[in-house]
Design a protein around this ligand. Structure first.
Ligand code: F6R
Length: 357
């Protein structure tokens, strides 16, 4: 209950391992035989279009990547408020993803895109929402109620749910064989432990780092490959909770402009998912006096990533990426906000459900 926690955000961050475990218990049996997907009774598809806003769009990008990396299904991510200029081709599976299912930008987007011979699937935490009623099929993201304005456990729930359905869809449409799907499902099963380990490490290692860096006025978040979307989510959380400037970049983009922002003391948070090219990027930041914080495995500033702790096989790493890296990012944003005296459950200017466009 809330009384055991300082705020709802801390409670909801803490719930993430159990939320993931509960969803996986329910959904993994329907992956390798494709039954999870078949039950939705959707027509065949050639491509995926993801529609959403904010954190939900970040989760959608991860789900889209699962379709592309494992099934070679092309995917695009559409910012809902910009959907009016988007052309959706026939046989596109449109995945509208919204925690509340009431976000005006998303509802307007699905009205605006000409679905034609395509189908609309909603992934939402509210199966009775307006979005759910308008979709051909509804996938419940089953996170349980989220009170904190900043999305935390619903992000993890959307990804775990969406990836289970994506893998099941790839089996049901003969793009992935069931042996490979089972192997990936075994990898998914590691997520609850990885999140739990990440949480324990984050609660210990993040607060002293924040105490050292809280005077900074801007923060950079870098990643590569499947880490980029988590860098995006980390920067979004930090902005909305702490009211400090934060930006994210694929690390290779640094030298194309953002490196000019780095001065002595600039915090640069790196999602270190073992891409060897990150070393050069980190060296460039350090050479300008930037304060690099690596979220990685053992030996990192925040050793919250599973490899080196659990040595899992990580066959899914290319698709859903270092999901457990979101935990230290959430803890970092919350801790910084607290140091700055912010209300972490109710950031200024924001609403839990944005029903205006
Ligand atoms: C960020 C956050 C927002 C929402 C966005 C979409 O922490 O909560 O970015 O993710 O407003 O909301 P839903 O998912 O309800 O459509």
């Amino acid at each position: 209950a809330h009384t055991d926690h300082a705020d709802f955000m801390s409670k909801e961050i803490g719930e993430q391992p159990e939320v993931a475990a509960r969803i996986l218990d329910e959904l993994t049996p329907g992956i390798a035989d494709g039954s999870l997907w078949r039950a939705l009774e959707l027509p065949p598809f050639d491509r995926i279009a993801i529609v959403g806003c904010g954190t939900s769009l970040n989760a959608g990008r991860v789900i889209g990547t699962a379709f592309s990396r494992h099934g070679h299904v092309p995917h695009s991510a559409i910012v809902a408020s910009e959907a009016s200029s988007t052309i959706v081709e026939p046989r596109t599976l449109v995945l509208a993803i919204s925690q509340s299912g009431e976000t005006a930008d998303v509802l307007r987007a699905i009205d605006q895109v000409d679905l034609g011979l395509s189908s609309l699937v909603a992934i939402t935490n509210n199966p009775h929402s307006t979005l759910a009623r308008r979709a051909d099929s509804v996938i419940d993201s089953h996170a349980g109620p989220e009170v904190g304005v900043a999305a935390t456990k619903t992000f993890v729930a959307q990804i775990v749910t969406g990836v289970c359905f994506a893998l099941s869809a790839l089996v049901a449409t003969d793009r992935v064989d069931r042996y490979h799907a089972r192997w990936l499902a075994d990898d998914l099963a590691l997520i609850p432990d990885l999140l739990a380990q990440s949480l324990a490490v984050s609660l210990e290692s993040v607060p002293p780092l924040v105490a050292r860096l809280h005077a900074a006025t801007g923060y950079l978040f870098l990643g590569r490959g499947a880490g980029v979307v988590y860098a995006a989510e980390g920067a979004l959380k930090l902005k909305e909770l702490s009211y400090r400037w934060a930006e994210h970049y694929p690390a290779g983009e640094l030298k194309h402009g953002p490196l000019a922002l780095v001065e002595p003391g600039t915090p640069v948070i790196v999602i270190d998912n073992d891409d060897p090219r990150l070393e050069g990027n980190i060296a460039e930041v350090r050479a300008r006096g930037g304060e690099v914080l690596r979220i990685g495995s053992i030996g990192s500033d925040i050793p919250a990533l599973g490899r080196g702790i659990a040595e899992p096989r990580r066959g899914g790493i290319e698709a859903w990426g270092p999901l457990e890296s979101v935990v230290p990012l959430q803890v970092f944003a919350r801790q910084l906000a607290l140091e700055l005296g912010r209300d972490v459950d109710k950031p200024r200017n924001l609403a839990k459900s944005v029903t205006v466009d």
